[in-house]
Write a protein that binds this ligand. Structure first.
Ligand SMILES: Nc1ncnc2c1ncn2[C@@H]1O[C@H](COP(=O)(O)OP(=O)(O)OP(=O)(O)O)[C@@H](O)[C@H]1O
Ligand SMILES: O=C(O)C[C@@H](O)[C@H](O)C(=O)CO
Length: 336
C-alpha cells in the first residue's frame, strides 16, 4: 500500500530548511558538564543531521539555511559540500550573527542533556526572500523543522518555503524538533507549530512534542490515535509518534496504526536518535518500502548513531543499516 507518492523528474530527492550549527560533544563521558574539559566539534542542527543522513544513503540533497560569516560558518559549509549536499541556498549572514553551539553533556547513556548557546544566531536570520523557489520546485521532498519557526525572519522563511513546496508538489515533512529555549511562550509555540503542521504530508514527533502542540486539554489521555486523527483533516498522510526505546507508531489516513519496535544498542548517548530515525524512515518510504520496513530501517539507523559519539558524522550508509539489522536478527548485538 502506498501512502505517499513522490513527484518524479526533479533534480533533488530531499531538501531541508533550518538550523545549521555546531555540536560540541563531551569527550570525557559519563560525568557532568562541570567536570568535562574537552569536546569534539561536529556539524549539528537537527535538519542538518537529517540531510547528512539522507546524503549518506545516496540521495541527492540540498539545504536552505544561513551561516555566520566566520570560521564556524565556513566549517559547516565545507562539511556539507564534502557530504555532497548542495549549498547554493546556504546564505552567509552579513550582520555579525554567530553560529549556534550545542554543548552536550553525557552523564550516562540514559542521562544526556544539551546546553545551547543561541543568542543572535545566524540560522534564525534567514529571510523569506532568500529562499530560492527554483530549488524547492526541483525537490521531491521539503523537510521543515520546528525550531526554525521560533523567531522572525526565519519563521516567515519557513512559511515561504511551505508555499513554494505546495505550489510545486513537493512532499512536505515536518520534524517537530521542539527545543524550548528558542521560544518565548508555550502558547506562541503551539500556535505556530499547529499552523505549519496543517500544511504537511508527513509529521514526525515524540509524544512530548505532540503534547506541547495539543496543550493537554484536547487530549487528556495522551492518546496517539487522537493526536494523529486530527492531522488527517488537513494535509497529513502519515503521522509518526516516537517513544524512545519503546519504539514508534505510524498512523495513516485509513486509521491504521503501524508499530515498530526498537533494536538493541550499546548506547553512548541518546541524542541524535530522532534525526537518524527520521533519515532512515524517510529513505525507506522514498524507496517504496512498507511503513513497517521503513520504520525498522529508521530504528536501526538510530541505534548506530546512539552507539557513536557524534550525530552528523555517525550517520550510516544504507549498507551499514542493513548489516546492523542482520546482526540484530542473528542475536549478535545486545543492549548495553
Ligand atoms: N535507547 C534506545 N535504544 C534503542 N533504540 C532507541 C533508543 N532510543 C531511541 N531509539 C530509537 O530511535 C527512535 C527515535 O528516538 P526518540 O523517540 O528518542 O526520538 P527523539 O526524542 O526525537 O530523539 P533525540 O534524542 O535525538 O531528540 C526510536 O523510535 C527508537 O527506534
Ligand atoms: O539540533 C541541534 O541543534 C543539536 C543537534 O545537532 C544535537 O546533536 C541533537 O540534539 C540531535 O538531535
Amino acid at each position: 500500500m502506498t501512502y505517499v507518492s513522490f513527484p518524479t523528474g526533479k533534480a533533488y530527492d530531499f531538501t531541508a530548511i533550518g538550523r545549521l550549527c555546531i555540536d560540541l560533544n563531551a569527550n570525557e563521558i559519563n560525568r557532568p558538564m562541570e567536570e568535562t574539559m574537552t569536546f569534539t566539534k561536529y556539524v549539528g542542527g537537527s535538519p542538518a543531521n537529517i540531510t547528512i543522513g539522507m546524503s549518506r544513503f545516496g540521495l541527492k540533497t540540498a539545504f536552505i539555511g544561513k551561516i555566520a560569516d566566520d570560521q564556524m560558518g565556513r566549517f559547516i559549509a565545507d562539511y556539507l559540500t564534502r557530504n555532497h549536499i548542495d549549498t547554493s541556498n546556504v546564505v552567509t549572514d552579513k550582520t555579525g550573527a554567530v553560529t549556534g553551539l550545542a554543548f552536550t553533556e553525557i552523564k550516562s547513556p540514559t542521562e544526556c542533556s544539551i546546553l545551547m548557546y543561541r543568542d543572535n544566531v545566524a540560522d534564525l536570520r534567514l529571510t523569506a526572500d532568500e529562499v530560492q523557489e527554483e530549488l524547492i520546485a526541483q525537490s521531491k521532498v521539503l523537510l521543515i523543522s520546528g525550531t526554525a519557526l521560533a523567531q522572525s525572519p526565519s519563521r516567515e522563511a519557513v512559511f515561504q518555503a511551505l508555499n513554494y513546496a505546495k505550489k510545486h508538489g513537493a512532499v512536505i515533512v515536518f520534524d517537530l524538533d521542539y527545543r524550548p529555549y528558542t521560544w518565548v511562550s508555550p502558547e506562541e509555540t503551539a500556535a505556530y507549530y499547529n499552523l505549519a503542521a496543517e500544511k504537511c504530508d508527513i509529521i514526525l514527533g515524540t509524544r512530548e512534542e505532540f503534547d506541547m502542540m495539543e496543550r493537554l486539554e484536547q487530549n487528556p489521555e495522551h492518546s496517539d490515535n487522537v493526536t494523529a486523527s486530527k492531522w488527517f483533516d488537513y494535509s497529513a498522510r502519515i503521522v509518526i509518534i516516537k517513544h524512545g526505546k519503546e519504539g514508534s507508531i505510524a498512523y495513516t489516513k485509513d486509521g491504521e496504526g503501524h508499530k515498530a519496535k526498537s533494536f538493541p544498542a550499546k548506547v553512548v548517548k541518546t541524542f541524535g536518535a530522532g534525526d537518524s530515525y527520521a533519515a532512515g524512515f524517510l529513505y525507506g518510504v522514498m524507496q517504496g518500502w512498507t511503513l513497517e520496513k521503513s520504520m525498522e530501517f529508521g530504528s536501526a539507523a538510530a541505534c548506530i548513531v546512539i552507539s557513536s559519539h557524534s550525530c552528523s558524522d555517525a550517520m550510516p550508509t544504507a549498507e551499514a543499516v542493513h548489516d546492523y539489522i542482520e546482526r540484530c536478527n542473528r542475536g549478535e548485538i545486545t543492549a548495553s
